[in-house]
Design a protein around this ligand. Sequence first.
Ligand SMILES: [Zn+2]
Length: 230
Amino acid sequence: MGLETAHALLVQIRSILQRFDGGGALASVDARRDAAISDIGLAHDIAANKIAELRGLLKANSQLDVLNSECAAVLRSGGVVCTHCTENHDTIHDERAKRTLFTASNGGYPQNSRLVKAWNDHLVSAAHEACIRAGETTAADPLGSFMSAEAKRQENVMVVLFRLVAFMAKHKLSLRLYEELVVLLQQSGVDVGDTDHSRITAREMNEVIARHGRGQVKEFISHRNKARWL
Ligand SMILES: [Zn+2]
């Protein structure tokens, strides 16, 4: 082997060694990983800035901004409500939902000087977030939502009818009046449902109420009340 050939071979071997050198290859992988992490970090920052920018756009600066907001509505009384929360707050069984002031059932928020701040706070509140989620769930499952809405309606109807029977019992009214009073309620716009409108049912409901009342009395006198030491 000539000297030149040996030298060429040495250069070749060095080049191969450099290419497959563990440290070198790892350093290059590390560099690429660092670059990728830095790219991800940058993208994250850009996204966070974009979100903050969009939040800023959503944020109301004046009362007019609030009223023009996509999910704001004004009741006849002047109260401002959030449409997401008004539609969905009764479908979520969460204490947070009860804290919202922007629902039609509690009359909405008055258009006073605190409205803008209250609205902006509302938009980032847990209640608002939960109501939007509930709305999305309803949209994704219309049949299930309809069934639960109907069950809720039946429950409300039963509350009305039982309240009527209890009122009649309290004032010692004749059960014959039950049917007339149901009609009166219905004509006054109260949802009284489609069944349980006869005086015979009213008598049974009366019995249920009486049994429940007796149970409460029994519980009251047979349990120690720690608060009052009785
Ligand atoms: Zn809301």
